[in-house]
Design a protein. Sequence first.
Length: 519
Amino acid sequence: ELVAEEAKIPDSTRENKDDTAHPSAEDDEKNASTANKTEEAQKLGTQDFLWGRTIGEGSFARVVHARRKGTKQSYAVKIMDKGHIKSNDKVKYVVQEHHLLKKLGVKSPWVVRLMNSCQDQDNLYMFMELAHGGTLLDVIQRKQEEGHAACTVDESRFYVAEIIAALAFIHSEGVIHRDLKPENILVLESGHMQLTDFGTALDTAKPEQESDFVGTPEYVSPEVLHDQPATAAADLWGIGCILFQLLVGTVPFTAASEWLIFETILDHCSGKSPLAIPETVVHAGAADLVTGLLLEDPAERLNMQSVEEHPFFMGMLDDTDSLLSLPPPWVPGRNIALDSENLVEFSQEWMFDTAEATELEVKELTPPTSKVKETVPFERARSWQIFGASKSFSFYTDFSNWERFLDDNESIIFCGPTYKRRGLRSRHRQLILTQNSADKASFRLIYVDPEAMEWKGDVPWTAEVPVKVIVLDACHLDIVSPLKNGRAYHFTTVGDAEQCGSKIWANHINKALNDQKAP
């Protein structure tokens, strides 16, 4: 029971004096060691920190930026809803992550460190090091935004070498990650890597968890699909997928649904439709490395020693400790947006976002482009199947399926599936933008439960009091309604970002706002 574990986590009860000064890089360097030692000696609560923006989110958790009062040390804080954890049978995963982060983070620079943890009546809080460079997925996307198809060979070699060093460490500690993917690899201010998200990891000291079906469809190993126990070889399969993605720019196994992704993986393994190795992988000297890592039989798959000795790495893994002395291909430095953020005291109002939007830089979008704010994604929607495989994606984009929710003289301009987050919980919602044919300046933005087919609410605005939109990244956007005292409605889009991503939604809403202003 989670209740038993809560006894190990202190309550958040103390209050400290406010300290709102912005930190500098020198502040963090000077205060980091002091903060670490202090937190080991005493447990801190939510009132010992100032709180800021959401930098990532999942189905039952949110990762936010927080800064400790006095030391000005910044953290990424994972906030988890106790009720959701219990009702969705996630207790063992939360307990596991807390245990493993405490165990691994203090022993190695390759694992994100758990600095502090606390709880209150409703939530659990885990305070971790803040990765100013985001995730490895952000690195890949940044390269593509710069016009490159993927990372260079040297960049790919460096990043995968550090991931392998991290895996070698956790495997030596009897831990199998089981959800290795770019989103779970953090990029530090220095440009070096750290592993995160150990919620579904396997501690081999607790073998009762070894057959759990966990992981991300695009990176899941065939033995897991066959309901076989995951071993260290499952993580090496993930390495093969990540190396392919770094060199090519796309995951090796992809399809329109999770089920079809699984079929693609199994067809590759059976030889029915083996993965084609692109020329970029061949020219990089990584073809046999990728194919050796993506073998069906874990016993035949390249093992850790074979990977470390592979010529592709040019001896970099002969001494994994020396990797930290190598210059990374990209040094992100500090995240200026986070360092300069206006933070607030912890409160229930902040938790439920009624004050969050006023603390962010909120701008109306102006055509033809909108500025994308920097963020550190935590979990991204992967496919429309999160809504259930009983409906095709076309169901959500077919206007006729949603006409029952329209008022008289209303028509649909755009619609699509999303997650809507309120507080810590995200729920499936169909987002629908409408226009009234009798009053061309009248628009509505409504959201519907697509499973129960029930109207749930709307984002109110008028021509005199328009909404404002913040595009966070390709699939996250906030819509701020002044008519709701500046409440920010948080949406995560689902599906192809080019067809129904956050920028597409922003463009449709922006056009509606401009049409309202037209004489």
